[in-house]
Design a protein around this ligand. Structure first.
Ligand code: C2E
Ligand code: CA
Ligand code: CA
Ligand code: CA
Length: 277
């Protein structure tokens, strides 16, 4: 009886109910975010560790809710992934990023734009064709776009995902493995995926100088990537010292608060003009 009472208590735990109500209201709000035009793209520049004049940025979505205000991605992206609503968000992000990239190019500013797609998006069979249409519509060359994919726990349908990745790749864009080292079976993915870049998760980069194991991981990841012909970006670079060490280790690109936080498009244009990088 006690046990049964427990489980009933669990089900009716008012805290859970509050959470569920909160989740439901967030979900219904999220459904409207796209049509109400509440999403905004921010851009975070990356810099090359070698001198060059190429611009690289990562597009990161922001949700500006009319009453809740700024909702950080970690409060709605995982939720959108669970509920399938990520599909609409990804299409919005893709279109906005490709449009911006095409606009910059038309204004004489060539910027390599990375954007994030979720493992779940790889089950959407229309994605490659829709993406190709966006590129054409916004006169954006595919070579300027990189799709960052996080290796998530388990793909429901790895074969379909792989075929879709191949089709995305065939449009001429680049593919990147995001948050390398934090996901599930990194190496088996890497073996099969047509990627050209690896991004080392910031959890390994932040303590690079004071944790010898992190240094070993970063060093061998860079070596592995280069041996496979891939470029490496380190994220979470917050100090000159870390940037120096990454440069010494041969890392190709660096991204982090040292260089810039994610900022809106107009601020980024000023950054390109005025920053010391
Ligand atoms: P991510 O793809 O690993 O993006 C990098 C995150 O690290 C960003 O957080 C960025 O603001 C943050 N960051 C950058 N430099 C530093 C640094 O030096 N120090 C620290 N502590 N953090 C830094 P953000 O924008 O909050 O995004 C969080 C995550 O949300 C992203 O992680 C990505 O997984 C997801 N996300 C963001 N935008 C999108 C999107 O458009 N689509 C999808 N599917 N996911 C997105
Ligand atoms: Ca990313
Ligand atoms: Ca990342
Ligand atoms: Ca990360």
């Amino acid at each position: 009886l006690a046990k049964r009472h427990n489980s009933v208590a669990e089900i009716y735990d008012p805290r859970h109910q509050d959470q569920n109500v909160e989740r439901l209201s967030l979900l219904s709000e999220l459904r409207k975010a796209v049509e109400r035009d509440e999403l905004v793209l921010y851009f975070q520049p990356k810099v090359s560790t070698q001198p060059d004049r190429v611009h690289h940025v990562e597009a990161l979505v922001r949700w500006i809710h009319p009453t809740r205000g700024f909702v950080p991605p970690f409060e709605f992206i995982p939720f959108a992934e669970q509920t399938g609503y990520i599909k609409a968000i990804t299409l919005w992000v893709m279109n906005a990023a490709v449009r911006q990239c095409g606009q910059w190019l038309a204004n004489g500013l060539e910027v390599n734009v990375s954007l994030n797609i979720s493992a779940r998006d790889l089950l959407n069979p229309d994605l490659p064709a829709v993406f190709a249409d966006m590129l054409r519509q916004h006169a954006c060359p595919a070579r300027l776009i990189t799709l960052e994919i996080t290796e998530s726990a388990v793909l429901d349908d790895p074969l379909r995902a792989l075929a879709n990745l191949q089709a995305l790749r065939d449009t001429g864009c680049a593919l990147s493995i995001d948050d390398y080292g934090t996901g599930y079976s990194s190496l088996s993915y890497l073996r099969q995926m047509p990627v050209s870049e690896m991004k080392i998760d910031r959890s390994f980069v932040m303590h690079l100088l004071d944790n010898p194991n992190d240094e070993i991981i970063v060093r061998s990841t860079i070596e592995l990537a280069h041996n496979m012909g891939l470029k490496v970006t380190a994220e979470g670079v917050e100090s000159e010292e870390v940037l120096e060490r990454l440069r010494a280790l041969g890392c190709d690109l660096a991204q982090g608060y040292l260089i810039s936080k994610p900022i809106p498009a107009d601020a980024l244009e000023r950054w390109f003009r005025d920053s010391r990088w």
